[in-house]
Design a protein around this ligand. Structure first.
Ligand code: ZN
Length: 78
């Protein structure tokens, strides 16, 4: 059986690119594993991941806030 070597080391630049790409699409299994390993070993990239998650949550809340504002009646509250 031939073993296919898949390099799992990622630089911080590559890990950041994967974190950004993860917002738009599902990552491949090797990329997911490599990203998880990098996040366990790196001190800076988990902070960037938290920033990405914060941005995602803020955008989600803003989107719902905007939709709620459109549905609200035009008259001012009492
Ligand atoms: Zn890193």
């Amino acid at each position: 059986m031939k073993f296919k070597f898949i390099p799992l080391m990622r630089t911080c630049r590559q890990a950041a690119a994967l974190l950004v790409a993860r917002e738009d699409r599902a990552l491949s299994l090797p990329d997911t594993v490599a990203l998880r390993l990098h996040l366990l070993a790196c001190r800076a990239c988990p902070k960037f991941e938290n920033q990405m998650l914060t941005m995602r949550l803020a955008m989600k809340r803003w989107r719902h806030y905007s939709e709620d504002a459109d549905k609200a009646p035009a008259s001012p509250p009492k």
